[in-house]
Design a protein around this ligand. Structure first.
Ligand code: M6R
Length: 607
């Protein structure tokens, strides 16, 4: 969840590290820090809160050096204070860490008894104290680092630099991502390739359980036995400058406006619009023999999977089991034979999703992953990756990555449905035409901003909001509720509309807005009845529907937002857009920190 960066350069690296940290701030923003080596001496600056606080501090009290490491923190062990901020450091060594050292209590006790003085409450400080202890015992830098790494249990990505050694940086990876960048007589380390993208196009994605000795001349990789291993260098795209907001107030607003282009790009990757041919990469199983699928993911990606479940069951007649990854990782379901394990993740680094993937693999499932980061750990451990072309998503609340995931799931559904002969050519054609038409329809939804702002003003005062959907619109309701909670801090829950009468209806009074995603068609009348039941109990009803739906809903709904009429196959994608917009506008009304909401991080690499 934290972001780390290291640079072994030829000029002062402070400002370059700060720029890299800006690109990593999505990973955590509880505190930030930087340490550099200058004339053989380590100096450090740290600040609680956002990176801007560190930038101000560095302006007042600069540090410079050609070798340095930096960190943005999402706090796990120890409050988000300056004292707990990374880098952690002694007179001999400085370390930045992403992950959790699980045996930190035992190590802290042991090291304290050996005379090491801890200064923070963090698990991460055990790393620096271990190395420091071995250095004091007379071990050389590289040797002390290796000895320390072998003692660590848990998950880590680490960057380490030493006093009096301006040509050495150690990196290590175990359960948290780390990328090495190769420059011209300079070297880089980063939590992801985005961090170092403007600095080099040559990167090596470190495998798990590998550590690296980095010098200006290059990097050497070793396993935990100390045996040298290879780590292939790959070419990435060079991204210059910082990723900007393009005039939008927030990244989230910009990313919401990218929905049409992202859906279009993702479709272009897989669909030939002229022939209506869908070209997915080779799937690692015989589709005709496929008996079932299991879907797993976290947060919004899970809701995308939930929609995928409805599609695959209805259109491809494929039985699907689905569970959130933090549960799936520990489940021991009886699974007969090889099936499809479908894993969905924007970052490709979510720890729970990765562990669930491994559980499915252990149970002989072939893994298809739908990922926005095709260089991620999940990508490497999957049998096939279906990439979403969402581009970099910076706002913590996922928006465009979600609709891109749905676009891929739609293509996968139609492919399996066709091969299994579960859909007629005509029906498939209609679905595909609706998909290809979707970017334009979504662009129309983005025009509804003012109407959505009105509703946002109303719900911004609510203590609690209920979202209702039925069938395939139920996960859309869940996505709406999650987004509202995340960025406006208003309590929200989503229910399958038919379930209200079994308990949640007791929550309804005139203070609780009820938001429903209810296109005309299948289940419309059923959901309408559920809304009438809510209205009868004083509920304030807000609906997203189409022209036909509006005719029946207008008499009971307090607010009706009319969306373009689309084929039911693509309704869940279209209806996602306004509920995400509503969450954004509610957050604006409340004045919360939209892009970096409290307590959250974009990429959740801890359990
Ligand atoms: O990177 P991933 O897609 O695996 O992340 C999964 C969730 O952490 C993520 O969707 C989270 O729920 C978002 N903040 C939702 O907006």
């Amino acid at each position: 969840m934290c972001g780390i960066v290291g640079i072994l350069g030829n000029q002062s690296v402070t400002s370059i590290i700060m720029e890299a940290l800006r690109r990593l701030e999505y990973r955590g923003y509880d505190s930030a820090g930087i340490a550099v080596l200058n004339n053989g001496v380590l100096s450090r600056r740290r600040a609680a809160g956002k990176l801007d606080n560190l930038a101000k501090l560095l302006k007042m009290d600069p540090i410079n050096g050609n070798l340095g490491i930096g960190h943005t923190r999402w706090a796990t062990h120890g409050a988000p204070t300056e004292n707990n901020a990374h880098p952690h450091m002694t007179d001999r060594v400085a370390v930045v860490h992403n992950g959790i050292i699980e045996n930190h209590i035992a190590l802290r006790k042991e090291l304290t008894e050996l005379g090491q003085e801890f200064k923070s409450e963090t698990d991460s400080e055990t790393i620096v104290q271990l190395v420091d202890y071995y250095l004091k015992q007379g071990h050389k830098h590289q040797e002390a680092a290796f000895m320390a790494l072998k003692r660590l249990e848990g998950a880590y990505a680490i960057a380490m630099i030493f006093t009096s050694n301006d040509n050495l940086m150690i990196g290590a990876r175990h359960g948290a991502p780390l990328v090495v960048g190769f420059g011209d007589n300079e070297m880089f380390l980063g939590s992801d390739s985005l961090a170092i993208a403007p600095l080099t196009t040559k990167v090596a994605y470190m495998a798990d359980g590998i550590w690296t000795v980095i010098k200006r001349e290059g990097a050497f990789f070793y396993d935990m036995e100390g045996k040298e291993v290879s780590c292939p260098i790959q070419k990435t795209a060079l991204i210059t400058g910082t990723i900007g907001k393009n005039g939008y107030r927030h990244y989230m607003e910009k990313e919401l406006h990218e929905h049409p282009i992202v859906i279009g790009q993702t479709l272009r990757r897989f669909v030939n619009p002229a022939t209506h041919q869908i070209n997915l990469p080779y799937l690692p199983f015989k589709i005709t023999a496929l008996k079932r699928g299991i879907i797993t993911a976290c947060g919004s990606a899970y809701y995308a999977g939930y929609i995928g479940r409805y599609w695959l069951e209805e259109y491809a007649r494929l039985p699907i089991d689905i569970d959130i990854a933090s549960e799936m990782r520990y489940r021991d379901p009886p699974i007969e034979g090889e099936g499809m394990g479908l894993v969905i993740s924007q970052s490709g680094e979510t720890a729970d999703t990765l562990a669930a993937l491994r559980n499915l693999k252990k149970n002989n499932q072939k893994i298809i992953s739908i990922l926005n980061n095709e260089h991620s750990t999940i990508a490497r451990e999957s049998d096939v990756v279906l990439g979403t072309d969402a581009g970099v998503e910076i706002a913590v609340a996922s928006t465009k990555a979600f609709t891109a995931q749905l676009t891929v799931l739609a293509c996968l559904t139609l492919t399996i449905a066709k091969v299994k002969h579960k859909i007629t050519a005509e029906h498939r054609d209609q679905c595909l035409s609706a998909l290809l038409d979707l970017p334009s329809r979504v662009a129309e939804v983005l025009q509804l901003k003012e109407k959505i702002q009105e509703i946002a003003k109303f719900i911004a005062n609510a203590q609690s909001v209920i979202y209702l959907g039925r069938g395939i619109m139920y996960p859309v309701a869940m996505e709406g509720a999650l987004k509202l909670k995340e960025i406006s801090y208003i309590h929200a829950d989503a229910y399958a509309a038919g379930e209200m009468k079994h308990g949640p209806i007791a929550l309804i009074d005139h203070t609780v807005p009820i938001i429903s995603v209810i296109p005309s068609g299948f289940l419309f009348e059923k959901t309408l009845s559920n809304l009438q039941e809510a209205k009868a109990r004083g509920g304030h009803i807000i609906v997203f529907t189409d022209q036909r739906g509006a005719e029946s809903l207008s008499p009971i709904a307090d607010k009706v937002i009319i969306l373009p009429t689309v084929h039911s196959f693509v309704s869940p994608i279209l209806y996602t857009v306004p509920v995400q917009m509503l969450a954004y506008e509610a957050a604006i009304t409340k004045g919360t920190d939209v892009d970096q909401p409290r307590n959250l991080a974009k990429s959740v690499t801890v359990e």
